[in-house]
Design a protein around this ligand. Sequence first.
Ligand code: ARG
Length: 585
Amino acid sequence: MNSTLDQLKARFSQALVKAFGEQYGEADPMLVPASNPKFGDFQSNAALALTKQLKQAPQAIAQQIIQNLEIDDYCETPEIAGPGFINLRLKQEYLVSRLHRMLASDRLGVEPVKRPQRVIVDFSSPNIAKEMHVGHLRTTIIGDAIARVLEFQGHDVLRLNHVGDWGTQFGMLITHLREACPAALQDSDAIDLGDLVAFYREAKQRFDEDEDFKERSRKAVVELQSGDPEARKAWQILCDQSRREFQKIYDRLDITLTERGESFYNPLLADVVKDLATTGLLVEDQGAQCVFLDGFTNKDGDPLPLIIQKSDGGYNYATTDLAAIRYRIQQDGAERIIYVVDAGQSNHFAQVFQVARRAGWVPETVEPIHVPFGVVRGEDGKKFKTRSGETVRLKDLLDEAVTRARTDLSTRVQEEGRDESPEFIGHVAETVGISAVKYADLSQNRTSDYVFSYDKMLALQGNTAPYMLYAYVRIQGISRKGQIDFTQIANDVPIDLQDESELTLAKHLLQLDQILAAVSVELLPNRLCQYLFELSQKFNQFYDRCPVLQADEPQRTSRLALCDLTARTLKLGLSLLGIPVLERM
Ligand code: ARG
């Protein structure tokens, strides 16, 4: 079923046609959720918007719209307010019929999109032989949530991990591997990634200080690129080591990705250059092959070149991304390509998209989108670092969150005199800790920088994972206490929304499809977080005011149905953020 808003918009369009003629079928009904429940549920500003065109007073236009509006099945009689706003209030019968549909559906009434798209989400994408750091945490968490929402909407999503597994840095890594740990070439378990980060540093140091090493590294790059078996083996070992460490993090975060790193596009780079040459975009500038960009200039105001192939024949990060976008459109059939990458790379993507468009690779129907996000800051407002000033390793960060969650939980369990098994404590602490980290990231508008605070993200109050998980647990508690099996509630149970808080909760529940639709357009998971936060608050208000188990029938079952719907909505919504629920905590 379409969202209520969409259906009402359609009715408005019909009314506009009836009142003013065919050409008004395209006019925007300007229908939005009401800003204040006092004014009803929706408000249309169409009458005001049309005054110029129709040369009539907005009040009169509103009158004519209302006369032609057939929405008896949805709303009470519409009201005109102020200068010509049309206010709509949903009928209780309509709300109940929607709640019934929601109860009956395992998708909570959210229908898959009518025209699924082939979507690529490019996210996470750490670099081989380097530790995954807190910047990669944001892309990993945000990218996964976006992918989950789009998958739920019915899109065909390819989750791509564009790992940095190619480039000249492998020359020094291979050379250092050959010379410092030749054993690793025999037995690939001889080094592990903890070492590999130090290993990278050592290689870099030798590269910077030792001219001969530099020369051997350059040779190694050539060997690797020409497919020399031994160089490739060394490269493979380095990649495998990193991959194993990355996978531990993905497993812990419950994240699935298909790895297709930069090396995948290596054989396609020459074609990119050829293609760009044929379209006449390629210009030689000081020996390098470049495309001069529109709208990008250097300090002197001259057009900025994007270097496609360096004078030594090498390629750049941008060349790989050009090959990638071309491949994703032509081979993967992508219609929407979403790059979840930090805001620092905005220019890079704007440039790549521009060149791809000018080369004619991006049909009208394809939408490449850079989904930027801000940096992670510590509570002091500075870039998030360890106390000794180093970048925080993702693994340590997750461990710390879990440890703190465990301490909080153990204290609470003790205070409440509960007797819980170590397995229970362990499971709850891991879930709460990881969920808190994920939720704290997702609940911020991703475009702004975000302040990382263990205390805030683990708080039981506020817009946090623990608060949301707790609301769910509270509802499971009701079912345990009353020995209620929610699945036994009939899909057509009589629902009576008498108390204001019941009505408010029911209306909020029914906004789920609208919110998910908005998230999949705007790619802002924080909107889903906000929705779930308000849902928990509205549920808590309802539960404080309305007795459930103590209520008489038929009210009791009606309220249990609201509890069940709230729990299922929380569970679904959180799962789309990559967060599992707990039955007890
Ligand atoms: N490896 C890059 C980094 O760590 C991110 C890659 C993003 N994706 C892309 N298609 N460029 O900064």
